[in-house]
Design a protein around this ligand. Structure first.
Ligand code: KG4
Ligand code: ZN
Length: 344
């Protein structure tokens, strides 16, 4: 097969991103325009503002992505876009843009699930080997999966309440850190000591995750201490929280290593940028002699390069969308698997 160039679009939250990806691996051109600073002043993403900013910026991001490598839309083989899950208004901007480009340039349209994109970010600098265990940790997801091959996967367990990213952000907020809180906790914990005793979530032998108890405990602790006029040791609490939260992830992955004997593991999603989590997972993989892959930090949080990678198997299988494609705010990985059964 000739080289395949996919122009990918990602607008599911507060990043307007486009990329040109060659053969599902090589990032030829890549642009991310983040709105983070604007939303930070509100303490979180404001959906109305996010979609308006995507609309304002998307043509600029397209021009930049093409001009950097002196290409035009006519030079690519397909247009890929995140259609779910995410903020509806934000997703719609990307989906409509992709449909227009597909129609005008007569290029096939590929609909990509955002979470699949996070997994496929691991194909950029490595190769995903099958079968592989995959842990997806983002603002919207905490899922443990078995990737059986390029076309089939099975979900082992998910969070039964909050996602890990959500909890990082909420704990950071109560500690007075700016949005997004995950990277702030990551940095703050480096300066602290593990001196707070926190409840351990879900000490059971299932693959289900639960973080809301830990989150509520910390929020109550902070409020109670403040009401009593006591000082919160922010760095220490950040560190203690991070140790318990990451340990919950590590324990479930360890259980999966023991039960499945699978020798490949990929970490994915925004929280996979976390330094401590990366270190702990690396250590665990060394212990079980499992091959460990995690994306470069650049491709951990939302970006279009990962969408271009995830679109490639769909391109090869000729799984193209038509112009009835619509954005979907919710499609978790379990319903994605159910909806598609197999990717091809
Ligand atoms: O994958 P992502 O960019 O967006 C979603 O698909 O949700 O993930 C965003 C989440 C946020 O909760 C953010 O705080 C978290 O990833 N995050 C981190 C770090 N960098 C981003 N959490 C912990 N440590 C980090 N270094
Ligand atoms: Zn994401």
């Amino acid at each position: 097969m000739n080289d395949v160039y996919i122009l990918a679009i990602e607008t599911s939250c507060d990043e307007t991103s486009m990329a040109i990806v060659k053969n599902g691996k090589k990032v030829v051109s890549f642009t991310v325009l983040t709105q983070m600073d604007v939303h930070a002043s509100f303490g979180g993403v404001v959906p109305e503002i996010a979609s308006r900013m995507h609309t304002e910026n998307i043509t600029m991001v397209l021009d930049e992505t093409l001009q950097k490598v002196h290409m035009t839309v006519a030079d690519v083989d397909a247009i890929a876009v995140t259609y779910a899950p995410g903020l509806l208004g934000s997703l719609l901007v990307g989906v409509e843009c992709a449909k227009v480009l597909s129609y005008v340039y007569q290029k096939p349209l590929i609909a990509v699930n955002h979470t699949m994109g996070h997994i496929y970010a691991n194909n950029i600098e490595h190769d995903i080997h099958y079968p592989s265990l995959a842990l997806i940790v983002s603002g919207g997801h905490t899922d443990l999966l078995v990737l059986k091959n390029e076309r089939e996967m099975e979900i082992l367990g998910s969070t039964i309440d909050d996602s890990i990213g959500e909890v990082y952000d909420k704990v950071a907020k109560v500690l007075g850190m700016p949005y997004p809180g995950g990277p702030e906790i990551d940095k703050a914990s480096l300066l602290g000591e593990d001196t707070y005793s926190l409840p351990r979530p879900m000490l059971d032998k299932t693959y289900r995750f639960s973080f809301s108890g830990l989150k509520s405990f910390i929020i109550n602790l902070v409020h109670n201490e403040r009401q009593r006029g006591n000082e919160i040791r922010v760095y220490d609490l950040a560190k203690s929280f991070q140790i318990v939260a990451v340990d919950e992830l590590v324990r479930k992955v360890e259980l999966a290593f023991q039960n499945t004997k699978i020798k490949h593991f990929v970490l994915a999603g925004g929280v996979s940028a976390n330094k401590y989590l990366r270190e702990q997972m690396k250590e665990l993989c060394q212990k079980y002699e499992v091959d460990f892959e995690v994306p470069n930090i650049l491709y951990c949080t939302d970006n279009a390069a990962m969408i271009g990678c995830a679109a490639y198997p769909l391109y090869k299988a000729k799984k193209f969308a038509d112009f009835t494609l619509n954005a979907k705010s919710s499609e978790d990985i379990a319903s994605y698997i159910k909806n598609t059964k197999k990717i091809d």
